[in-house]
Design a protein around this ligand. Structure first.
Ligand code: SAH
Length: 230
C-alpha cells in the first residue's frame, strides 16, 4: 500500500503525456476488465491507480491501456492487462504473504503484485530488463519487491518456501526446483505448453509430496528460457 504522500509524488509522472496516459484511459481499461470477468475489486482498483505506461518505451506508451501485449525489447512482451489482472486475482485467492514471480520483464506485473501482497521476490534472466524494472519500481516507491538477475528455473532457494509461485513465461514442463520451493498447500500459477504446442494457464497445488494440476484457460506467453543474459 502506498501513502497519500507517495500518490502525490506520482502526479507529475501520471500527467505526463495527456490523453492516452490519463486517469480516464485507465478507468476505461478497468471497466473493460470488469466486463471481461475480473471480479476482484482490489485488483481493479490497483490497476486503475498504477501507471502502466511508465513500463513501456515512450514511443509505445500511448498504447499502454489497450487490451494487448506490447513489446519491451529483447524479444519480450509486457503481458496484456487482462492476463495481469487474471493472474493477480488467482494469486490473491491464496491470500499469500510470500510470492515468487519468474519473469520480471517490464516490472508492471511485479508492481501490481507488490501493492497487493506482503513480500515479493521476482527473477529475470535478461539484465537490461532486470535493471530497467528495478529503476522503475524504485521511482514508484516499491519497497517490498526483491529483484534478482538469474535463471528463474532455479527459483530463489534462500527465500523459499513460497505460498505462490507465478510464472510469466511459458514452460514445457514445470521446473522441479520451483515445485520443491512451494510451501505445502501452496500453488504455482503458470502458462504450460502442451504437446500440440497450445498453452494453458494452469494452477498446480502442492499437497505434501503430491501436485494437483488444474487447467484454467488458453493463453499465449513468450517461452521460459535457460541461462542469464548480462
Ligand atoms: N510480467 C512481465 C512479462 C514479461 S515476458 C511483464 O508484464 O512485463 C516474460 C519474461 O520472462 C521476459 O522478460 C523473459 O526474459 C523472462 N524469462 C524467461 N525465462 C526466464 C527464466 N528462466 N528466468 C527468469 N526470467 C525468464
Amino acid at each position: 500500500m502506498h501513502s497519500p504522500d507517495s500518490r502525490r509524488r506520482l502526479r507529475p509522472e501520471l500527467l505526463k503525456g495527456v490523453g492516452m496516459t490519463s486517469q480516464r484511459t485507465r478507468d476505461r481499461m478497468v471497466e473493460r476488465l470488469a466486463r471481461q470477468g475480473i471480479a476482484d475489486r482490489r485488483v481493479l482498483e490497483t490497476m486503475a491507480e498504477e501507471p502502466r505506461h511508465l513500463f513501456l518505451d515512450e514511443a509505445l506508451s500511448h498504447r499502454a491501456y489497450e487490451d494487448t501485449s506490447l513489446p519491451i525489447g529483447h524479444g519480450q512482451t509486457l503481458s496484456q492487462p487482462w492476463i495481469v489482472a487474471r493472474m493477480t486475482e488467482l494469486v490473491r485467492e491464496e491470500a499469500p504473504t510470500r510470492v515468487l514471480e519468474v519473469g520480471t520483464g517490464s516490472g508492471y506485473q511485479t508492481l501490481i503484485l507488490a501493492r497487493l501482497v506482503t513480500e515479493l521476490w521476482s527473477v529475470e534472466r535478461i539484465n537490461a530488463l532486470h535493471r530497467r524494472a528495478g529503476e522503475q519500481l524504485r521511482l514508484l516507491s516499491v519497497h517490498n519487491a526483491h529483484l534478482r538477475l538469474a535463471d528463474g528455473g532455479h527459483g530463489w532457494p534462500e527465500a523459499a518456501p513460497f505460498e505462490v509461485i507465478l510464472l510469466t513465461a511459458c514452460a514445457g514442463s514445470l521446473p522441479e526446483p520451483l515445485l520443491a520451493q512451494l510451501a505445502d498447500g501452496g500453488v504455482m500459477i503458470a502458462p504450460l505448453a502442451e504437446r500440440d504446442g497450445r498453452q494453458w494457464l494452469v494452477r498446480v497445488r502442492r499437497q505434501g509430496e503430491r501436485f494437483e494440476k488444474e487447467r484454467l484457460e488458453p493463453v499465449r506467453f513468450v517461452p521460459l528460457l535457460e541461462g542469464v543474459i548480462r
